[in-house]
Design a protein around this ligand. Sequence first.
Ligand code: FEO
Length: 394
Amino acid sequence: MKPREIRPGVHAIGAIDWDRRLFDALIPLPDGTSYNSYLVRGSEKTALVDTVDPPMQLTLFENLGQLGVDRIDYVIANHAEPDHSGTLPQILAKYPEATVLASPKCRGMLVDMLLLPEERIRAVEDGETVSLGDRTLEFIHTPWVHWPETMVTHLREERILFSCDFFGSHVATADLYVSDEAKATEAAKIYYAQIMMPFRSNIRRNLERLRDYEIDIIAPSHGPLHDHPEVIMAAYGDWVSETPTNSVVVAYVSMHGSTMKMVEHFLGALVREGVNVSQFDLTTVDTGKLAAALVDAATVVIGAPTVLGGAHPLAANAAFLVNALKPKTTYLSIIGSFGWGGRAVEQLAGMLPSVKAEVLEPVLCRGFPKKDDFTALDGLAATIAAKHRESGFL
Ligand code: FEO
């Protein structure tokens, strides 16, 4: 992608990664991603805000060449993760006068991870500003979005917030700005769910701080820019709140159809009780979509058959994911079928210590579910609805 002008002298010069399908060797990228980098020219000095993932560095250098950039004074490193910082060594080599500006924690991480020379990096304090002549950059420390060193940069005169991962989304698109707010918000929610949800109390504080700033454009380092920033900021406000919605996530795996039959019956019972449900087959699940559903769900139910005397590994994987993401889930339960016994419930329940939720009586059946088992599932659905009602979710 060629340089694109956001304001006179302010350009998006990053790279779009249309074909990438996995991030961190973990996160699915069905829609690719981008590594946004920005060039800000002032009357006296020039700043580059974040770089790109190293495999895409050619695009960044081509764009700098196309804009005739022969000097960079400052390189702002909002975040040390290599998809944004990874091309710093090459930038510093090409622009020997450039100084990296980063939070104190980020400075140490850049030295550790990229072996950057310490003398090329200046730590900037929270609220510190740097002048480019007729333009001013302010650095706002926003820790745990999603690493401890993260900050954002506010271009005061243009009211642009360079937010790095904050408000980002893994989307490859030729659109510079969000064109479909609903679609963009869903993509941003998936992004938030997978890396930021465990830190939502920190993110809530950071979000509140940003309300003091005049922001016309949010320019993240993944996905399109937000020229109606109030939309994404309001969505984040919902996501980081501690109030879940009247919904149940049912994540299940079934080997021979018995647990599947239980899930089908259970979902029907929940719907009859007036509870919203999302169902995820763990053999084919897109973990991004599962994570996004966990953002709001008041209840999570894992459906697991017993295999080799314990929980099915895919169910264990789901429990591990839920525990790592620490959603605001208030109630948990387990349903499933077993052949001759086993420890699936104890194992799964023991894998969720970080989720501060009340565990509701599991429903287990021997073999294929029978009348009493369906009655027990109806009972669990009724209990969940009653709990949601008591808590004000329903
Ligand atoms: Fe896009 Fe946390 O890096």
